[in-house]
Design a protein around this ligand. Structure first.
Ligand SMILES: C[S@@+](CC[C@H](N)C(=O)[O-])C[C@H]1O[C@@H](n2cnc3c(N)ncnc32)[C@H](O)[C@@H]1O
Length: 231
């Protein structure tokens, strides 16, 4: 079989093959991150107060003993993705440490981003990507509707678990961005009396604004399933 012109040497052929390998397996990065958060790896390392060895980490997590060897492979991916650092603690011994990124993924950090990552890697969200091709051929406005027969907001109104997960993920995102926004963009609010945040979710941005500008009145509009029960 003749090769396309772009692939005319052994090296280029191998490069092209590894490029395809990387692309087809890149979902492993997000799934490993998801698993690390569900297993509580960032918190386990943080609780250890110093870099943690593989066997200490295996002991700290609720995993089946026979799966401990697979933890090494999970951590190898996560070190490669710069979620964790691998540091030398002795002649031979290596241990895992947090990076700036995993510091942001600690559950109890005020600006923790763990929940956002768990929302975007949730099965409800990820499954929609399997419908992209079908969506290109149907009349649905979004792949989400191809998959679930309704839009993401209608789905949230029907599915309490997803609604809670999604709203918390969005809240965490806007808490983080909001904390920077009110610090860096103060001038935007000068002279204003009222701000309306349309589709403002659970009001995280509005709360950040009113905490910095107590005289400013903030109104948040969103779907009933998002704002119900909020003070
Ligand atoms: C990506 S989320 C962002 C939420 C919020 N701005 C934040 O940063 O946390 C989009 C928001 O739009 C809201 N939304 C979508 N359609 C809406 C509509 N027709 N009326 C009011 N809110 C709507 C959703 O419920 C959701 O909370």
């Amino acid at each position: 079989m003749a090769l396309p012109n772009a692939v005319d040497s052994s090296q280029e052929l191998l490069n092209a093959q590894s490029h395809v390998w990387n692309l087809t397996f890149s979902f492993i990065n997000s799934m490993c991150l998801k698993s690390a958060l569900q297993l509580g790896i960032p918190d386990a390392i943080h609780k250890h107060n110093k870099p943690i060895t593989l066997s200490e980490l295996a002991d700290a997590l609720s995993i089946t003993k026979s799966k401990s060897h697979a933890l090494f492979r999970l951590m190898r991916v996560l070190v490669h993705s710069k979620i964790f650092d691998k540091v030398k603690t002795g002649e031979e011994e290596e241990a895992y440490a947090l990076t700036g990124t995993s510091g942001l993924l600690l559950r109890d950090e005020p600006l923790s981003f763990a929940h956002f990552a768990l929302t975007t890697t949730d099965r409800v969200a990820v499954d929609t990507y399997h419908c992209m091709t079908e969506w290109f051929r149907d009349e649905c406005p979004t792949p989400f509707e191809t998959k679930y027969g309704r839009d993401v907001w209608e789905f949230g109104a029907d599915d309490g678990k997803w609604n809670q997960l999604f709203n918390k993920g969005m809240t965490r995102d806007s808490e983080l961005v909001g904390s920077i926004f009110v610090r860096e963009c103060k001038h935007v609010f000068e002279g204003l009396e009222t701000v309306v945040d349309v589709a403002g979710g659970s009001g995280a941005l509005a709360k950040a604004i009113t905490a910095t500008f107590p005289g400013l009145r903030c109104v948040v509009l969103d779907h009933p399933q998002v704002v119900d029960g909020l003070r």
